[in-house]
Design a protein around this ligand. Structure first.
Ligand code: MF3
Ligand code: CO
Ligand code: CO
Length: 245
């Protein structure tokens, strides 16, 4: 059932990402997401969550996470935008995010986005029974920092299931060989946030938008992953099968 949720989340996220072109508003991206939710007869995990007013988070450039879609916010050529989308199907959550390049993007920004993407893949490769959560965080942190970037510590990944955010916390930092041991059947959302400058994040007056304190660029990727005896099963990636990321 969580796989079915994951496939729907991926399909709708893909539609949203395809629409992220110069001239499009983040409000329009939210509309596309709402139509996808209706079409697939699923439930938004975000709308109303602690009062959140939309079904998608749209986080442009220096926005780390939790950007709120707005009618007057227009995507520009050269932007990077983190798009985070989550649903419930069968009463179970799938939570997934990507950072998308809008039009022609500088090599500097593309490198940052690639680093965040690859940091998530490094963590997924370690999603195996018997490994520890610290192994994942360590993999994310060392990948990002080896490229001169920082990882956000004020937000973390999480277990997911009947609720979007469940135990355990899944930090994007830490030491290998530490933390809880992964058991078969654990489902977690792993979501590195990688900053070009300081790791410090501040939340704007709307109480949601999290930006880098130094206003440097930030990139975010997220998958919902079931860890089964065969290895990682990336529920929000249709090409994944149990044991094959
Ligand atoms: N999906 C986010 C996460 O990755 C949480 C979004 S909170 C919301 O955990 F209120 F914006 F939905
Ligand atoms: Co998310
Ligand atoms: Co999440």
């Amino acid at each position: 059932m969580m796989r079915e949720a994951g496939l729907v989340a991926e399909a709708i996220l893909e539609e949203i990402c395809d629409a992220a072109k110069p001239g499009v508003t983040t409000w329009e991206l939210d509309q596309i997401a709402r139509r996808g939710i209706d079409k697939h007869k699923v439930v938004s995990a975000f709308l109303g969550y602690h009062g959140y007013p939309a079904v998608v988070c749209t986080s442009i450039n220096q926005v780390v996470v939790h950007g709120i879609p707005r009618k007057n916010e227009v995507l520009a050529d050269g932007d990077i935008i983190g798009i985070d989308f989550g649903i419930f199907k069968h009463g179970l959550c799938a939570d997934t995010a990507r950072t998308v390049l809008v039009g022609e993007v500088s090599a500097e920004k593309r490198r940052l986005v690639a680093a965040a993407h690859d940091a998530l893949e490094a963590a997924i490769a370690l999603c195996k029974v018997g490994n520890r959560l610290g192994d994942l965080g360590h993999a994310v942190q060392t990948h990002a920092e080896s490229l001169g970037y920082s990882v956000v510590t004020q937000f973390v990944g999480h277990g997911t299931g009947r609720q979007m955010h469940e135990d355990p916390q899944v930090p994007n930092f830490g030491d290998a060989g530490t933390g809880k041991r992964i058991k078969s059947g654990l489902v977690i959302a792993v979501e590195p946030m990688v900053n070009a400058g300081t790791p410090v994040v501040e939340v704007l007056d709307d109480d949601w938008t999290a930006v880098t304190k130094d206003r440097s660029m930030s990139a975010h990727f997220e998958h919902t992953i079931a860890i089964v005896d065969e290895g990682p099963w990336v529920l929000t990636r249709s090409s994944s099968t149990p044991g094959h990321p």
